[in-house]
Ligand binder design. Structure first.
Ligand SMILES: [Ca+2]
Ligand SMILES: [Ca+2]
Ligand SMILES: [Ca+2]
Ligand SMILES: [Ca+2]
Length: 459
């Protein structure tokens, strides 16, 4: 078991876990190379779930640990089915946050908690370069990995509950419209550094102005879909300058200028060039980006159920003449039934005692929701069901572990069990300079503090 050290000070090695659930299950064990741990007895253990819908982005480059060395934590990153790192892999096909991915999470938690060993018989403490305190772990998930974690807590509650302190989710997608992304994505803003609509936010000019963020609830976000149209004159490769893995002809859009066609200039719907996709410019409703499922050898793009139903109601897509590369309505509903946070939160909250932490940064990583409805909705759902919930990390955690980040401008995240109204969400975000890795580390540390008291370095 060779080991490596990343420039930010985390050492790591790959371990194959002994399990009946997979022919081979790989996890990556990482620890602070300095040997500094959060507790005097050793490091708390964190099972890390990478983003679950973008295999190309996550597993074709060299592995980078997901947590910072400053946390004093040991991380066990789950390699999803069909993916590999450093000569090890997890067997099966990549299933885009499907049931095999959930099973891999369950088995990785059991390994991290000492219920499984590696195939060489070595337990986690023997594989890690620092002592670990690992019979209770936090699951920390990035983006779409969060729904796999939430699904595991619902589906496999009986096995996981004794071992899981809670779930920390970095910018989780709460509803299909936030995975899709019907709400808009950062890559749709023609000038993500410039605030062309003067609302104080530079990255949100590509948002879908037909979607009412304030009206989002546990079921859906209200969306004005009367002008929905389908064109086969254009493919997703022709818009936004985004190159997808494969893009057969066909784009769903809102014909908001009522021209009867998709209006683009240089592939972008910002036709008047003012830097904003305005209310009277066409809005593109992309299929799940990067998602190509292969059924019977064909490529299928998956739209959200809400958008697909509107397209059928409007008669622009019909079962009599269904595009071969678009997932059909029944399979679409089945696909989304487990693939968002709110699909599982209720069941997961009922079945076990655990905590929820929600991390988000000043500039989000993917979805364009000005008031972070993707984060707020899952907070409210868990809070209403009696789970302890926290946004980001409080001042004491930040000033001890990352003293450079605490400042008068950002006093730290809100108290435990303190819901926020939409206008206050942005101000509570981790400030600029905190990336996803720092945000996940600090939020995870905060969860261990809430459960067991402060890091020994901070008492
Ligand atoms: Ca902008
Ligand atoms: Ca703006
Ligand atoms: Ca048009
Ligand atoms: Ca415009």
């Amino acid at each position: 078991m060779a080991q490596a050290v990343d420039p930010a000070g985390m050492a790591w090695r790959v371990v194959s876990v002994q399990t009946d659930a997979f022919d081979e299950l790989a996890v990556i064990v990482a620890w602070p190379a300095s040997g500094e741990t959060a507790w005097t007895e050793g490091a708390p253990v964190v099972v890390v779930l990478p983003a679950a819908l973008s295999p190309a982005a996550g597993w074709t480059r060299d592995f980078v640990p997901n947590l910072s060395a400053s946390g004093g934590l040991v991380e066990v990153t789950v390699v999803p089915p069909g993916m590999g790192v450093a000569g090890h892999h997890t067997s099966g096909d990549f299933d885009y946050a499907g049931e095999a991915s959930v099973t891999a999470v369950r088995e990785a938690v059991l390994f991290a908690a000492g219920e499984r060993t590696g195939v060489d018989g070595a337990s986690l403490p023997m594989s890690s370069g620092v002592p670990v305190c690992g019979d209770e772990v936090v699951i920390a998930a990035r983006s779409s990995g969060s729904m796999v974690g939430m699904r595991a807590l619902a589906r496999d509650a009986e096995l996981l509950a004794p071992h899981v302190v809670g779930l920390v989710a970095y910018e989780p997608p709460s509803l299909p419209a936030m995975v899709g992304p019907d709400a808009g994505a950062l890559w749709m803003d023609p000038h993500p550094e410039t605030d062309h609509d003067d609302n104080g936010i530079p990255w949100d000019e590509g948002r879908n102005r037909s979607l009412d963020e304030a009206g989002c609830d546990e079921v859906d976000c209200p969306m004005e879909l009367d002008t929905i149209r389908w064109t086969e004159e254009v493919s997703m490769d022709d818009v936004f300058g985004v190159s997808t893995t494969s893009a057969p002809p066909g784009v769903l859009y809102l014909d908001r200028d009522h021209s009867g066609k998709l209006d683009l200039v240089d592939g972008h719907p910002d036709v008047d060039g003012d830097g904003v996709i305005g209310e009277d410019e066409d809005a593109i409703l992309p299929p799940l980006r990067d998602l190509v499922t292969r059924a019977g050898g064909s490529e299928r793009h998956v739209f959200t159920p809400q958008v697909l139903a509107a397209a059928m109601d409007a008669g622009v897509l019909s079962l009599d003449d269904w595009p071969t590369h678009v997932e059909d309505p029944e399979a679409t509903v089945a696909f989304w039934s487990t693939r968002h946070m709110l699909a599982s939160v209720s069941e997961a909250a009922e079945l076990a005692d655990w905590r929820l932490g929600l991390a988000y940064t000043e500039v989000p990583h993917a979805v364009t929701l000005t008031h972070r409805a993707n984060v707020r909705l899952v907070y409210e759902a868990a809070y209403e069901r009696g789970l302890p919930v926290r946004y980001n990390a409080p001042e004491q955690v930040v000033s001890c572990l990352e003293p450079g980040l605490a400042s008068a401008d950002w006093p730290g995240g809100p108290d435990l069990d303190m819901p926020l109204l939409p206008p206050h969400m942005a101000a509570a975000a981790f400030p600029s300079g905190v990336d996803a890795r720092e945000a996940m580390t600090l939020s995870t540390a905060a969860m261990f503090w809430d459960a067991y008291g402060p890091d020994h370095r901070c008492r």
